[in-house]
Design a binder for this molecule. Structure first.
Ligand code: GDP
Length: 199
């Protein structure tokens, strides 16, 4: 898929307030600092669409971006912030859960995981919750340029084994780098296949 047009369409904290057009939605989530904003910008080839920051935790709202006037890319607030208060964390959880469990238009949730780390309890708990609630998800490993090929391969195999202790099969898995553009075509083609299953 070619992205010819990407524009910010609105922020919300409740699904009832999201942009009014009923279009298919593809959402992105991950722990803070996982590289989500960089990935969104890389996919859209727009360096400024999503706010990238060295300070984790800037996005506390659900951001909709209208792509090619036909679907929404949805940038969800991260999870697993170490520095937030209990109350702020609970509020954030509520924003995320309200969206992923109630947005009828969400076709796929991409869960981003940093390829430099073993998959952790926060991620596993989150994936388990998705499974229990029947939310369709895929995994995108981020920052794949940061490790050598053998180290990367070993870690991703280890992560798959960790996932297989909890799941009967693996979800679709993508490798990405916002530095090199790795994964861009695969992810966009996958979205395109979901949008146009018969083409
Ligand atoms: P977010 O908090 O998940 O939105 O993460 P950001 O996109 O703001 O990225 C966090 C940090 O990781 C920034 O310093 C980025 O420059 C860096 N980063 C993000 N993606 C990549 C990547 O694919 N490769 C490398 N080398 N660095 C990345």
């Amino acid at each position: 898929m070619k992205i010819s047009d990407a524009k910010f369409a609105g922020s919300s904290t409740r699904v009832s307030q999201k942009p009014g057009r009923r279009l298919p939605e593809f959402a992105f989530i991950g722990r803070s600092n996982v590289g989500k904003s960089s990935l969104v910008n890389m996919l859209c080839r727009n360096g400024k669409l999503a706010m990238t920051s060295a300070t984790p935790g800037k996005t506390r709202v659900v951001n909709h971006f209208l792509i090619n006037d036909s679907w929404y890319l949805v940038d969800l607030p991260g999870y697993g912030y170490a520095k937030l208060s209990r109350k702020a964390l609970d509020d954030l959880k509520e924003v995320v859960r309200d969206y992923i469990f109630n947005s009828e238009e969400m076709r796929m949730l991409f869960v981003l995981i940093d390829s430099r780390h073993d998959i952790g309890k926060t991620d596993l708990d989150f994936l388990a919750e998705l499974g229990e609630n029947g939310v369709p998800f895929s995994i995108i490993y981020t920052k794949c340029d940061k490790s050598g090929p053998n180290v990367l391969e070993d870690r991703l195999v280890r992560n798959s084994n960790i996932l297989l202790q909890q799941w009967e099969g693996l979800p679709p898995i993508f490798r990405s780098s916002s530095q090199t553009g790795m994964g861009r075509e695969d992810i966009l083609d996958y979205i395109s296949d979901i949008l146009n299953p018969n083409s």
